[in-house]
Design a protein around this ligand. Structure first.
Ligand SMILES: *Cc1c(COP(=O)(O)O)cnc(C)c1O
Length: 361
């Protein structure tokens, strides 16, 4: 079988959620961001595992994701939508019981007119200039919005993965100034904000990437293992080239393994001649370009070539792979394609194992 295996360890995911939850005090609820199909890993299994561990609030990007998630989770959890209440969303927001994070005066007017009495949050822009109500606009709509009792006041940090960046404190100051007098639940921290410390936690945090094992949560347990089958191996003489465009030339006799997986599977083409694959704890360099369905890998260091080589796994976290492609772990995870065989290791079964056994693979 030439299908790569994408293994998703839900016990590790739950451990990451608990670890991030422990970083905030007892007065802070830890939600989970599961947009983009749970960062590409499957919103259904991911959210069910987290709900089983005690998560009660989930965030998605758009209303349709929220409706699908409601199907996975049933009625007992809150599902919030970062994109807010777009024109035409009222039926899905109502039927799926979603909580839109309203991000403009227009959205506030739309929501209060279309679904009076239906819960909502308010998203303020505190300097990122991406999504949310500007402080000046908030002054004009605050009275009407507050009269309808938002369930959450939120904002988002532009530079939370850089702890020393002056933007963090600047945004915190703006957020605090606007929201302190209101006495409403507040949230400004995603993964990076959780790691910035207590003053960023407020009543709710909403981490995403850290749950899935990515930076900036450097201590995260690895959630993903991506193993790619070796289709054939060959010997290449000094002076011969490998792959499209002849971008790699052997300077000595080399064993090359051709591996199933390519840019159609989210293995970004920019990784060509840069990334490593792993056979146990031996690193094997990618040689030549990444093609649509295939990689060529230098396995000269191996005595025996295994059936599979790992691109992401215990020896190489997703951010190392992302670095090789000049991108971030978020983009690698969400680009993993539909062609892999997905193996979900259940959190409950893994919890029965002795401590540590679930993480060892
Ligand atoms: C994606 C997102 C999050 C989660 O961010 P991570 O960096 O993945 O933890 C939180 N809040 C907003 C508004 C987001 O768009």
């Amino acid at each position: 079988m030439a299908r790569g295996i994408l293994q998703i360890d839900l016990a590790a995911l739950v451990a990451n959620w608990r670890a991030l939850d422990r970083l905030s005090g007892p007065g802070t609820e830890t939600a989970a961001t599961v947009k983009a199909d749970g960062y590409g890993l499957g919103a259904g299994p991911v959210a069910r595992a987290l709900a089983g561990a005690g998560a009660r609030r989930f965030f998605v990007a758009i209303a349709e994701e929220g409706a699908a998630l409601r199907g996975h989770l049933g009625p007992d959890v809150q599902i919030c939508v970062y994109g807010g209440h777009m024109a035409g969303d009222a039926p899905v927001i109502r039927d799926a019981g979603l909580v839109p994070m309203l991000n403009s005066p227009e959205q506030i007017a739309r929501h209060l007119a279309a679904l009076p009495g239906h819960p909502f949050g308010v998203q303020l822009d505190t300097g990122m200039n991406r999504l949310g109500i500007e402080p000046a606009d908030w002054a004009a709509v605050a009275e009407a919005a507050l009269a309808a009792r938002p369930v959450l006041m939120m904002s988002h940090l532009a530079c939370a993965d850089e702890p020393d960046h002056a933007m963090n404190a600047a945004q915190l100051r703006v957020f605090t100034e606007i929201t302190a007098p209101l006495g409403l639940p507040r949230s400004i921290a995603a993964t990076g904000g959780v790691l910035l410390g207590r003053e960023y936690h407020f009543e709710l945090t909403r981490p995403g990437i850290g749950l899935y094992g990515g930076d900036p949560f450097a201590d995260a347990a690895p959630v993903v293992r991506l193993s790619l089958p070796v289709i054939q191996t060959r010997s290449v003489e000094a002076g011969e080239t490998v792959g499209y465009g002849c971008t790699w030339r052997a300077d000595r006799p080399t064993r090359i393994a051709t591996v199933s997986g390519g840019y159609a599977d989210g293995i970004v083409r920019a990784m060509g001649n840069r990334a490593m694959l792993w056979a146990g704890d031996v690193a094997c360099p990618l040689r030549g370009r990444v093609s649509m369905d295939l990689l060529t890998v230098d396995v000269s260091a191996l005595d025996a070539v295994p059936d599979m080589l790992d691109l992401i796994g215990p020896h190489q976290r997703v951010d190392v792979v992302a670095d090789a492609a000049g991108t971030i772990g978020y983009e690698i995870l969400t680009a993993l394609g539909g062609r892999y065989a997905r193996r979900v290791l259940q959190a409950a079964a893994a919890d029965d194992l002795p401590a540590g056994a679930a993480a060892a693979q």
